[in-house]
Structures are given as C-alpha cells and as structure tokens.
Design a protein. Structure first.
Length: 374
C-alpha cells in the first residue's frame, strides 16, 4: 500500500495526500506552464506561466476535494462514518467506515458530487467573467476560466453511467431500487463501467498512434484504472454478501501467539518468525495488547543491532480501529484489514486478547463457499 501524508482535519474528516498525487500535480503544472497558458495568453514571462500553472493545478485539486467532501457530508448526514479523504493520482477517494445500506442513500451520495462540481464551475466561471469585464484579459482570468472548464468536464465525465463513477453509482442505485438486489445492480453497473473503460483504452491507443502521446497514455491509464475499479467493486459486493451474518468469532483462531515488548529483535526473529512462520504478532504487556510487530518493522532495523533493540521500540502501537471484536461482522473487519494492508488483526473483548483474524481465514471460507456454489 502506498503511504499517505496527513494534511488536516475538516468536519472531523482526515484529509491526506497519496504520494502519487505529486506526479499528477507536477504533470498538470508542466502542461499548463509550457503549453496551455503560453498558447492562450502569449507574451508573459516564463515564471508567470509556472506560477499560474501551479495555482490552477492547486485549484483543480481543491475542486476535487470539494467534490469528495460533498459525497462525504451527505454520507455523514445519512449515518455513515467517513474517516478519511485521500487525494491521489486519479483524483480523490473517501473511505467509509460502513457500507451503504439502501439505494436512496446511495443515490443522494452519488448526485452530491456532480452537483458540487457544477456549483464550482458556475462560481469560477462567474468570477472569470467579472474580472474579464473589470480588468480585461489577465492570468487570473485564464486560471479561473481553466478551472471552471475543468469542473464542467469532470461533471460530465463523472456522470457516465458506469461504476465506480458517480453516474455508475446513480445507475446502481436506480437498479437497486427496481430489483432490490445490490449484487445484480452492481454487476450491471460494473459491466457498463468496464465497457466505458475499454472504450477509453481504445481511444488512448488511437491517440497515441496518431501522435498525441501524452493524452494517449493518460487515456489508457485512466481506462485501466476504471476497469480495475469496476471489477473490484463487484468483487467487494460478492465478498460482503458471502460474509453476511458471519461473525469474527466464527473465523478467528482462538490460540494466539503473542510477544513481550521487552523481547529483542534477535529472539523475535529466531524464536517467533522462524519458529511459528507468522508474518506478524500481537505485542502483549500485562495482559493488554499494546501493538503489533511484523516483518516490515524488522526490516527497517539494521541486522547488526537486533540483539540490543527491543520490540517496544519498533512495534506499531495499536490503532483505534486496529483490532476486531468477536461479535463484529467479518466483512467489516476484512474491509479494515484491506484498507490498512494488514494480514492479521487481533480480536479483543473487554480489553482481553481472545483471538487473531487473518486474511487466510476469510479467504479459506470464501473458497469453500465458492466450491459449494454459494
């Protein structure tokens, strides 16, 4: 999993940057400073072009963030917890703590994003018109016009009725209302989304072969991303339905191997990782789980100091959502494991470690259900 940089909290929601965001920010700034603004507003100095390019790129991502917050605030009003919004190379994504439970909530959330983008397009467009009338052509007018246009383009792009775009979520909500079957609704919306993704890939190949190298590559990349996201969205629904009604206690392993925080990394490596062959272990101090230690933490420490470094110095402290409750739905626990890229999750009840849940446990059940035709 690619790491994130926490920026700030707004309305109780953490806003973060994925490292891939810097790639698209640099590319957009370069494109605007070298190509778009010099051809649209010639005669300015290079540093002005780079400045307005960077400002326009920032405003574009502010627009994406506003779009995601509109989804998130509607979700919050509907009782769905939103923990984080992450900006990355292809835009932004909001992480929900729970799944949408009814099609009407899905519909309201899906419509909120495009509505927010239209609002921004109107505001930026009106501002551009005002400054054009009062001061004439200027870099400020260029930036405002560009961002207004991009918000309109994002609106129409997101309204394509293919999952996981907003239009695809609208389609899924309407199909869900009609069929009362989220699996079938997601399957159809996902198929439309995959079809649109393939169309983008083909257009990208044609653009690339016709000499439009940059636009061709980006169309192919966006198409591949949307195709993967559409397939993943359907698989997630299938997994959640397969795990419906199953509690963590039914899948967890009750006999847990835990380590003491005072243990040296040398003993941890030989007595535990090599001895039990697990990828991580709960750290237990006076009967309480205080963290997790895994191979990733071991690899960050030079091997020659393993005999002197203690587990407590390198472990990951237990996060508020870094464990499961035995009566929790297994699908919710699995979703947290996937978001945090965890292979093992301690199961805690009344402050006591009662088991360990692993991805392997969940996947084994899914394979059995698949073999049985369920």
């Amino acid at each position: 999993m690619l790491r994130r940089i926490g920026l700030f909290r707004l309305f109780g929601i953490q806003v973060s940057l994925n490292y891939t965001w810097f790639i698209i920010f640099a590319l957009i700034t370069w494109t605007l400073a070298v190509r778009y603004f010099p051809s649209t507003y010639p005669g300015l100095s290079p540093w002005v072009y780079w400045l307005v390019g960077a400002v326009a790129a920032l405003l574009l991502f502010v627009s994406v963030l506003f779009h995601e917050f509109s989804h998130s605030l509607v979700a919050r009003r509907s009782g769905l917890p939103i923990k984080e919004i992450t900006l990355f190379i292809f835009g932004g994504v909001a992480q929900m703590g729970e799944d949408v439970k009814d099609p009407r909530t899905e519909l309201k959330m899906a419509v909120a994003g495009p509505a927010a983008s239209v609002l921004l397009a109107v505001l930026f467009g009106a501002s551009a018109a005002f400054f054009y009338i009062t001061v004439g052509r200027s870099p400020l007018v260029a930036v405002l016009t560009y961002v207004a246009t991009l918000n309109l383009i994002l609106t129409f792009f997101n309204l394509v009725p293919g999952f996981p775009l907003d239009g695809g979520r609208v389609l899924r909500a309407l199909l869900w209302m009609r069929t009362n079957d989220i699996r079938q609704a997601t399957r159809i919306a996902s198929a439309v989304g995959q079809g649109f993704a393939i169309l983008l890939i083909l257009l990208g190949v044609v653009s690339f072969l016709s000499g439009q190298l940059v636009s061709g590559v980006w169309l192919v990349l966006i198409g591949l991303f949307l195709k993967q996201a559409a397939e993943l969205g359907y698989r997630q629904v299938m997994v959640r339905r397969s795990l419906m009604g199953i509690k963590v206690r039914e899948l967890m392993t009750a006999e847990v191997v835990a380590v003491d925080p005072s243990l040296t990394l040398e003993r941890l490596a030989h007595d535990y990782f090599l001895g039990y062959r697990y990828s991580s272990f709960p750290v237990l101090q006076e009967g309480e789980v205080v963290g997790m230690v895994g191979l990733d933490e071991m690899k960050r420490v030079a091997r020659e100091v393993w005999p002197t470094v203690r587990v407590i110095e390198v472990m990951r402290p237990l996060a508020p959502d870094g464990y499961a409750h035995p009566d929790e739905d297994a699908s919710h626990a699995l979703a947290r494991m996937l978001r945090a890229d965890l292979g093992r999750l301690p199961v805690i009840e009344n402050g006591e470690l009662v088991g360990i849940l692993t991805r392997r446990d969940v996947m084994h059940l899914l394979r059995i259900r698949t073999d049985l035709g369920e």
